[in-house]
Design a protein around this ligand. Structure first.
Ligand code: SAM
Length: 258
């Protein structure tokens, strides 16, 4: 069991939270987690982050600033129940066309229901597929977004290369993910809440604390900001940078395909 963060040189493919798993085992375990939490995912997001995930997601969409003109296409990978895609379509005044891609049919099912309720279904397609092998031609999209998804993907380098491949020249890559807290006092509070509070809330609200233990541990394993930026550059992206949110609890990484 290793609690150290993965680096730009690897370590995520065989880590399932703090446990080491065999090559090829991680995705199945991750899929079990999201099948279990799908129905309670949205409420648990609010509980786990004290509503902050909404603020971070809104900030991501402001950075993306989708055009309010027709013909602009985006893909939201690991899109789950649709939070990012809904925000993008709404910010474009319903001009953008989006693909919500996720490996997990249970998460996508919740997303599709929500899209219909919000009147956004005609602007979105839902595709069940792996971030490591996107079923799209080269240069298909103007933007690629992924929020709280990349740390669950076993081969992050492969997913980043796929992101680069499916973007058009001039396309934008944006990744929102939990990251390394930069303030020691906040870090201590955050750690106490993550390892004690969140699994207990999972048990109380969703009837099972175990999936939430994985989610918390996987956050601690994810590469720190500069290491992840190096991975994005290695996949071919230019002008890579990041912005910390809430002292680094989350970070938004940005890159361009030039
Ligand atoms: C924490 S949820 C994030 C959902 C959504 N983006 C949000 O911000 O609310 C992580 C998602 O990653 C998906 N996922 C995990 N591995 C994946 C993979 N290899 N390819 C595509 N999606 C994956 C899971 O099924 C899950 O829906």
């Amino acid at each position: 069991m290793s609690k150290n963060r993965a680096t730009a040189d690897g370590g995520m493919a065989t880590s399932y939270g703090f446990s080491s798993v065999g090559e090829g085992e991680k995705q199945g375990l991750v899929n079990d987690v999201f099948h279990k939490v799908a129905k309670r995912y949205d409420i648990m997001n609010d509980v786990m982050s004290g509503g902050m995930h909404r603020v971070w997601k809104d900030a991501m969409i402001s950075v993306l600033n989708p055009p309010k003109t027709p013909g602009w296409r985006f893909i939201d990978v690991a899109g789950g129940t649709g939070d990012i895609a809904f925000r993008i379509v709404e910010a474009s005044r319903k001009e953008a066309l989006g693909t919500v891609l996720d490996i997990n049919g249970s998460m996508l099912g919740v997303g599709q229901e929500r899209a219909e309720k919000r009147g956004l279904a005609s602007h979105l397609e839902f595709v069940e597929a792996n971030a490591e092998e996107l079923p799209f031609e080269d240069k298909s999209f103007d933007a690629y977004t992924i929020a709280f998804g990349i740390r669950n993907v076993p081969d992050i380098d492969k997913a980043l290369r796929e992101a680069h491949r499916v973007l058009k020249r001039g396309g934008r890559f944006l990744c929102l993910e939990f990251s390394e807290v930069q303030m020691p006092v906040l870090d201590k509070l955050y750690e106490a809440w993550s390892f004690n509070g969140i699994p207990k809330m999972g048990q109380a609200i969703a009837g099972d604390g175990e999936p939430y233990r994985y989610l918390v541990e996987s956050i601690r394993k994810f590469p720190r900001q500069a290491d992840f930026a190096a991975m994005i550059e290695r996949a071919g992206f230019s002008r890579v940078n990041w912005t910390n949110y809430t002292g680094g609890v989350a970070a938004l990484h940005s890159g361009w395909k030039l």
